[in-house]
Design a protein around this ligand. Structure first.
Ligand SMILES: [Zn+2]
Length: 250
């Protein structure tokens, strides 16, 4: 019972943190007071826990607030009772909350912020070292970063060649540099050689989802070339899936 309450409190605190940081970091790049996105009135921190409308203009918080507020505590409690063994209950919960933040910002803004990556690298160093020693952690991190960097450079080269052929500028890049950072964090967490499986899984998963997305867009006649998908969530799902697969295999 004590465990359940502890996990629930962590889940609610985590949901608040994810909603708050996803609102302020991408726009202000610093910890500011909460403001209504429509009328800029200051909102109290309580409005985030109660999903209350803005006092001055009546604007409801976005649906994401509700999804995170309800969904994340449930996932956190589940994670607490069925943790990734090498990370422990608290470690698993911290990573779940961290990944939720990365996924929300990436889905909403198509970016993975450098300060968020820096915190992830720190967490990765700690968790990785505890789970599989410092050397495997560092090699894993370098491998994750390096492999994704190659994909990133290939993607950029490909876009540049296409742009020249068509004689037009293409702004969109397939893979952002934030994805390279995230793969490095994944590498620290998964260690060597686990990182190889993680990236492999993310590429397959990303390919399948992009394929489905493409077919749906074509069917709806809304297809545009170079519509980039946020890749961060695939990396995140792959890490979590891989941990559980390796746990079952053991
Ligand atoms: Zn308002």
């Amino acid at each position: 019972m004590i465990d359940f309450l502890l996990y629930l409190i962590m889940g609610i605190a985590g949901a608040w943190l994810v909603n708050y940081l996803s609102d302020v970091l991408p726009i202000y790049r610093k910890f500011t007071s909460l403001q209504c996105p429509t009328c800029q009135t200051d909102l109290g921190w309580r409005s985030y826990l109660t999903y209350r409308a803005c006092d001055s203009c009546g604007e409801k918080p976005s649906i994401r607030h509700l999804v995170i507020l309800v969904g994340l505590p449930i996932l956190v409690v589940l994670m607490g009772f069925f943790p990734v063994i090498v990370l422990g209950s608290v470690g698993s919960i911290v990573w779940l909350i961290y990944f939720a933040l990365v996924a929300v910002i990436d889905l909403e803004h198509r970016m993975i912020l450098h300060p968020v990556s820096l915190v992830g690298a720190l967490l990765g160093l700690i968790s990785g070292t505890l789970a599989h020693g410092p050397l495997n952690t560092l090699i894993g991190g370098a491998a994750g970063f390096g492999i994704m960097l190659i994909f990133y450079l290939l993607g950029e080269g490909f876009v540049r060649i296409l742009a020249r052929k068509r004689g037009e500028d293409i702004e969109e890049v397939a893979l952002g540099f934030g994805d390279v950072n995230l793969a490095g964090i994944m590498g620290l967490l998964l260690g060597w050689p686990g990182v190889i499986g993680g990236i492999f899984l993310a590429v397959i998963l990303g390919g399948i989802i992009s394929g489905i997305f493409l077919v749906v867009q074509v069917l709806r006649k809304k297809y545009q070339a170079f519509q980039a998908l946020p890749y961060g969530p695939f990396l995140v799902i792959s890490v979590i899936a891989l941990f559980y697969i390796s746990q079952i295999a053991r």
